[in-house]
Structures are given as C-alpha cells and as structure tokens.
Design a protein around this ligand. Structure first.
Ligand SMILES: [Zn+2]
Length: 419
C-alpha cells in the first residue's frame, strides 16, 4: 500500500467535484483503497506518506486520437478533405514499415504520459500490423482499431486495408475484445457492403465501434452523393448496424434534428474535439443540442487535426469555443468531460475516470498556485498557455499507483496489464 499526500481535485459529475487542500490517497494493489482529508485518513492507515508538491487529478482520457498522425499534428490545411489528401494519407502510408511504427508508438505513448493522458481510444493506419504494434506498445489503458478504407482513397492504403469480413476476427482476437474497436475511417472510405459487414461483426462480437460523423459540410455533401439511398449521414451508419451504446462518433458538427434523435435512440457516444474543429475550421459542436437530447459526450484531441495531444489544451479550447458564444461551461464540467466521461465512453466507468474507491490508481500531479484556495480559479489558470506549455505542464503521472513519468521522459516499461 502507498499513501500519497497532496492537494486533490476529484471530479464527481458535471456540476461537482471534491477538493481537498491537504488530501490523502491510499493505493492498494493498483487501486484506490481510500481517499479523504489526510489527517482523517492517516488515523486509519498510519503509513509514512509519499508527499507530493502539487495537486492530484485523475489521469485524462482521450477518446479520439489518431496515434499514426502524432508526428504530423498541427499541419493545417483549408478543410478536412484536402488536409486528409495532402498531409494525412501519405503519412499513414508510411506505417507499412513496422520499425517506423514501433518507434513512433513509443514516442506517442511517452508523450501521452508526459501530458497526463492515461487512457483513450486511438485510430491506427489501415495496416493490421501497425494496430498490433500500437497494442503491444501501449502504456495505459487503450482501445485501438485499424482504419478500414476500401474506397475513395489512395491505392496503397486501400491495398493495406482489411477487406471486411475477412481478417476481422483474427485482429480482434489477437488484440482482445477489451482493447479492439471496429474502425471504419468514415463513410466516404467504405462501401455499403463493407459497412454492413463491420456492423454485423461488431454486434456479433460485442466490440466497440469508432468512426467519424458529420465533421465538415463538404464531407456531408459527399456522403449524400455516395449514399443516395440513405436518409442522411447518420442513417448510413445506422442502416449498417454500426450505432449502439458502444459506438463513439467523432465530431457530429452538422446533424439534423432527425440525426440527433437517432443518436439518442441508439445510445451512442460523441467524441467532441474542439481543438481539431478550430484547426480545420469545421464548425462548432452544438453543445446546447447535445445537452437537450441528453447525448453522452467526452472530450478528445483528434490529433493530428488537433494540434496537441494535451487534454489541458483540449479543455482550454472547449471552454473558449462555447463561452465565446455565450454557452455556459463550468470548470467542473470541463474536468468531468476529460476524465469520467471518457472512461465511461470506453466502457471503463466502473474502473477508471476518477479516484473513487476501487478505481485504478491513475493520476496526474499538477503544479500548485497561489489561487489554490479557490479550486475553480486554480483550475481555470491551469488551462491557460500554449499547446507546448500545456503538454509539459504535468509534474508527474502515475498508473495503478506506479510512477510512469515524473519530470523526465518516462523510461520504457512492459505494457500494463489490461484493466
Ligand atoms: Zn479523427
């Protein structure tokens, strides 16, 4: 058992969090045994504490990130479709090289830990081997999937892609159901038959599904042209059986009332990616509408359209975009959307997301400030800064109670056991 002593800010829901100026966090066998005021806790557990100079937050969850775009993040283009063709597809083609993929995967996970991200959902390139490499190299709790792209894409990527329904079973078996997501890149890159095969497979195996939906207006128009039989973009996925409570849909910026109702009915999650939406000028997520329909959503970086893997930066842009148009966003909700909501979207709500009893001891240490007496003020300050500053802001990161980063680049370690 390890007893940590520090200030602690623990999210509860979208309206509340628990703040302890002098807190104690007891970790036993990698999980939270108890948390509370240090002086109360130490009476029951009289251990010598590990005193940390900072504020403990739960580790962050990023539920939409393209790990194979990490090296080219922030290379803006005018809009989604030209950006994909110019910057992204040539980069992803390079992941046919296993040595490059291994090297990039190590850098990706190390950078995530340095930024305080301990779990998430990632998109790999079309190459099955790259998805295996990402899974084997993972540090933290990750769900990943090879993007399926069998149409309207460069020949080398189409050739590398799994052709549904062949090969899907072997991939999900080797990576494991808890860590594999069926991942059609987006409707434009798949045929009606491919999407149906993917939907049937995900349903049969009980797998997570991740894809993009209605990110840009031009994309919506292209989907309309390619799928004239569909009611709308959402219907393309719905008709294929891809929508359900284990589905995480990136963006959802250009939806009709019928589509919002459909997502609500299917119980889908949305990955809201504010920094990416700004970068590609894709539009603003209709936060009021999501709230009105009670649609669950969590924050995500969408690297490489998102310029940074820092969830602090994503939270900053979330705050800025919606407050700028007069939509209320409280600090408690901001933290909730980057932690508990992400864990729930991944199906990990019972084991991760905050520092409640029994949950995995995943946490990040942030610097204190003179405004810590008011946790709201301290938290607002925490989100200020450039992407580069925010990527480096955490003082340390722990997974299952073990330090994995602490002021320096983490050393390579064995992949952690799945939760
Ligand atoms: Zn994306």
């Amino acid at each position: 058992m390890t007893l940590f002593r520090a200030a602690i800010l623990n999210p509860i829901d979208i309206k509340s969090w628990q703040f302890l100026l002098d807190g104690g966090l007891l970790i036993e066998d990698g999980r939270v045994r108890a948390m509370g005021h240090f002086n109360d806790l130490v009476k029951h557990y009289p251990w010598e504490p590990v005193t940390l100079d900072g504020v403990i937050l739960p580790g962050f969850a990023d539920i939409h990130i393209h790990w194979v775009q990490h090296a080219v993040r922030g290379r803006y283009a005018q809009a989604l479709l030209p950006w994909l063709a110019t910057h992204i597809w040539p980069e992803e083609a390079r992941y046919v090289d296993a040595a490059l993929a291994r090297d990039r995967a190590e850098t990706f996970y190390a950078d995530c830990l340095t930024a305080g991200t301990v779990m998430g959902m990632s998109y790999s390139s079309p190459h099955p081997e790259a998805a295996h490499i990402a899974h084997a190299a993972r540090r933290g709790d990750w769900i990943t999937g090879n993007v399926v792209m069998t149409a309207n894409a460069p020949a080398d990527l189409v050739a590398a892609s799994v052709k549904p329904p062949a090969d899907l079973a072997s991939l999900s078996e080797t990576i494991g159901r808890a860590h594999y997501a069926v991942t059609p890149r987006f409707a434009i890159n798949c045929t009606v038959d491919d999407l149906a095969h993917l939907g049937a497979f995900a349903c049969q195996e009980g797998l997570a599904v991740q894809t993009h939906l209605a990110e840009s207006a031009a994309e919506v128009q292209e989907v309309k042209r390619l799928f004239p039989q569909a009611l709308d973009y959402t219907d393309v996925y719905d008709a294929a059986g891809l929508l359900g409570p284990r589905t995480v849909l990136g963006h959802c910026l250009h939806l009709s009332p019928r589509e919002w109702s459909c997502l609500k009915g299917r119980g889908c999650w949305i990955a809201h990616c504010p920094s990416s939406n700004e970068a590609l000028d894709s539009g603003r997520f209709d936060l009021d509408c999501a709230r009105l329909h009670g649609i669950p959503f969590a924050l995500a970086s969408d690297v490489g359209a998102g310029p940074s893997h820092s969830m602090l930066h994503v939270m900053q842009r979330f705050r800025h975009q919606h407050r700028a148009v007069g939509v209320r966003v409280d600090p408690e909700e901001i933290l909730f959307r980057a932690t508990i909501a992400g864990a729930r979207a991944m199906g990990r709500g019972a084991v991760a997301g905050n520092l409640g009893p029994g949950k995995r001891g995943d946490f990040v240490l942030m610097p204190r400030s003179a405004r810590l007496q008011s946790p709201q003020s301290w938290f607002e300050d925490l989100l200020d800064g450039s992407p580069a500053e925010l990527e480096q802001r955490p003082l340390g990161t722990w997974i299952a109670g073990h330090p994995v980063f602490g002021g320096a680049r983490p050393a390579l370690a064995e992949p952690l056991a799945p939760c």
